[in-house]
Design a protein around this ligand. Structure first.
Ligand SMILES: [Zn+2]
Length: 263
């Protein structure tokens, strides 16, 4: 079904439909199921871990109910299909079934996973990636995998907007929003230029992630193998690795490729 590797026509790894590759990580790529390039990468990583390497679209794969998989606020675009193919539960921070990947006690309730999908969440968590990655690692069976994505840049270090924050509040000030937080010493700070993803206060951008520092943090957190999933253009998992015209990023190249972290 996916024998044609013509770059003008990709074969959707979710639904098997053919379409046109959009050179954008977030814009809709598949006209049928709505998968964007990021979701295509997530599904390809799941296929590598849980299914054979034939790249048969997920919708045609035989179920693997022996594989225990967990989503961390996964998109509805692919969550329903994962529920048909794996022993899969999606979880949420603000609604049941609950999971707080910053809280070890919450993570303990979801132990012994084969696969955890954590896509574009770790840039928003209250705890830094080192803590979150260690928690995710602890939730896996030996040999299990975290399929991780986040907006990452090819720069030498990550930038934390609210380092060491203990209290953090978002409030409206006129037409804009401000973030106020205190560090562990009790010092009060104010950010009058917060960035939100998706436009809600829940999706406050807490950090800009260095791709290299994130992969190094994964190794330190206990993963035995840390791999950046190579692009697969014919399956829609591709976007331009280019710098962004943003002074805070200093022309760092936008990377954000999917990571496969194996315990
Ligand atoms: Zn599709």
């Amino acid at each position: 079904m996916c024998s044609n590797h013509d770059l003008a026509n990709f074969c959707c790894p979710l639904c098997g439909s053919r379409g046109t590759i959009r050179l954008s990580r977030e814009a809709q790529g598949c006209a049928v199921c709505g998968a964007n390039a990021r979701y295509c990468g997530i599904i390809l990583a799941i296929q590598n871990v849980a299914f054979d390497s034939s790249r048969t679209p997920l919708i045609l794969q035989p179920p693997r109910m022996d594989v225990r998989a967990l989503g961390v606020s996964d998109s509805e675009c692919y969550a329903d299909l994962l529920g048909q193919k794996l022993s899969y539960r999606n979880t949420f921070f603000h609604q049941a079934p609950f999971l707080d990947i910053c809280a070890p006690a919450s993570c303990d309730a979801w132990a012994a996973c084969d696969i955890i999908i954590c896509s574009d969440v770790i840039e928003h968590t209250a705890e830094p990636p080192s803590v979150v990655l260690a928690n995710l690692c602890s939730m896996l069976k030996p040999g299990g995998s975290v399929i991780l994505s986040a907006p990452t840049w090819q720069m030498p270090y990550s930038i934390e907007w609210y380092p060491g924050a203990t209290e953090l509040t978002v409030s409206d000030r006129g037409a804009s929003r401000v973030v106020e937080w205190r560090n562990r010493r009790g010092t009060l700070y104010m950010d009058d230029k917060p960035n939100f993803h998706g436009g809600t206060g829940d999706a406050l951008e807490r950090r800009l992630l260095s791709h290299g520092e994130l992969t190094a943090a994964a190794r330190t957190a206990g993963f035995s193998a840390v791999q950046t999933l190579p692009f697969a253009e014919e399956y829609g998992y591709v976007w331009p690795l280019v710098s962004w015209p943003d002074p805070t990023l200093r022309e760092a190249v936008f990377d954000s490729r999917v990571l496969v972290l194996t315990r």
